[in-house]
Design a protein around this ligand. Sequence first.
Ligand SMILES: O=C(O)C1=C[C@@H](OP(=O)(O)O)[C@@H](O)[C@H](O)C1
Ligand SMILES: C=C(OP(=O)(O)O)C(=O)O
Length: 431
Amino acid sequence: MPNWPAPSATAPVVASIRLPGSKSVTNRALLLAALADGPGVVRQALRSRDADLMVAALRALGATLTPANETTAAVDWQVTPGPIRGGASIDAGLAGTVMRFVPPMAALADGPVSFDGDPHARKRPMGPILDALRALGARVDNDALPFTIHGPLAGGEVTLDASGSSQFVSGLLLTAARFEKGVTIRHVGPPVPSQPHIEMTIQMLRAAGVTVDDGERDIWRVEPGPIAAMDLAVEPDLSNAAPFLGAALVTGGTVTIPGWPYTTTQPGDALRGLLTSMGATVQLSPAPHEASGDAGSLTVTGTGRIEGIDADLREVGELTPTIAALAVLASSPSRIRGVAHLRGHETDRLAALVTEITRLGGDAEETDDGLIIRPRPLHGGVFHSYDDHRMATAGAVIGLAVPDVEVENIATTAKTLPEFVQMWTNMLGEQ
Ligand SMILES: O=C(O)C1=C[C@@H](OP(=O)(O)O)[C@@H](O)[C@H](O)C1
Ligand SMILES: C=C(OP(=O)(O)O)C(=O)O
C-alpha cells in the first residue's frame, strides 16, 4: 500500500466529529455478555479489527453473536452465551484486549484452546497472566504467543506483577466470577499502569451483578457467582478523540465531540486537563448540572500556539503518541513520564516516537520511563507506523503543520478506527 500523504491544514479547523464506540468498553462488554447467565445486547459496539477479533474469539468458544442495526461504524450485538467449547484456535491479531482477556475464559473450555497473533503480538508481554492462570490451575505451554491453554481452572489466590500491563488484572477479573473459587489477585511490583481501565473492568462487573472487592490498594477479589445478562450502550472512544482534538490545537481551530460522557472510566477523559495545560480552551456543555442526559459535547479551541507540558501519563498511557505529536509542535519543551510500559504496546512506542520524530528533523529523547521532546522546525518525510494505530494518527497530527509528511500504513488505524482517513479528510474539508 502506498504511503498516505498527510494533509496539511490550510486554515483553522472547525469541525464536529462523531466518534464510534470505545474499543475497551466494546471488548469487555462482548466478553461479559458471552459469559452471562442469559442472552444480552451490546449496543453501539465498535466495528474495527480489535472488535472483530473479539467477536471471532467468542464465537470460536461457543457463543452466538448476531448483528443488528449495522452501519459502517457501529453495530448492536445480540449475544447468546453457550457452553465454553474447546478445540478452538484464536487469532489475537495485535489486540491486547483479546490476548489478555480471552485466555482466562478459554481456561474454562471443555478442551484445549490455542492462541496466536500478528508477528509483533508474539513480543507483547504475557508472562504474568499466563503464570497466574497456571497458579490458578490451568496448564499453559509457553510464556508468550503462541500458546495453548488446557483447563480446567478452579481459581483461588494469585500474586503477579502487573506493572507491564493493567490488562493482566482486567483479564483475570473479567472471567473470575465463573471460576469455582473466584479469584484474589495481589499485585507486587512497580505501580500498575492504566488504573482507569481497571476501574472500567470493576464498574462493568458490578453492573453485571458481580461482587468485586477493591478496597485495598493492589488487591482485587471477585466472588464466584453468575454474571447477569446486560443491555448496554457503548460510549464513544475518547482516546480516539485525541488526534481530532489535537487538530484544534495545531491549527488554532475548534473541534467538538458530541456524546462526551459526564462520568466515565475511559482514560481519554484526561484529555480535558491535558489539552488545557497545552494551551487550549476546553468546554463540556451543557454543564453536567444543567444537563438532562448522560453526555454533553466537548469543545476544544486552540490558539495556534501549543504549550509544552511536563506530565505523568501512567494512568492514560494510550494518549502518549498524540501528546508527543503535539509536544513536537509546541513552543516550549515537554517531558512525558510514567510510561515505561509503552515499550510493550503495539510497538515499543517510546523508541518508535523518538525514531520517527528524529526522522522528520525533530529532537526527541527516551528516558527510563518516558520522553523528552524539544521543539524545533521539522521537514517532510515518511512517518512509519509500526502497525500501531496511534503512531499512524500521531503522524497525521504532525502532518497538519509540517508539509510533505507521509504516513506509512495508515490502514493500521483499522485496529480501532477504520474510518480514520475519511473522518480526518472530512474534518479538514470543513475548514
Ligand atoms: O484494558 C484496556 O482496555 C486497555 C488497557 C491499557 O493497557 P496497558 O495497561 O497495557 O497500557 C491501554 O493502554 C489499552 O489501550 C487498553
Ligand atoms: C495499547 C493499546 O492497545 P491494546 O488494547 O492492544 O493494548 C492502544 O490501543 O493504545
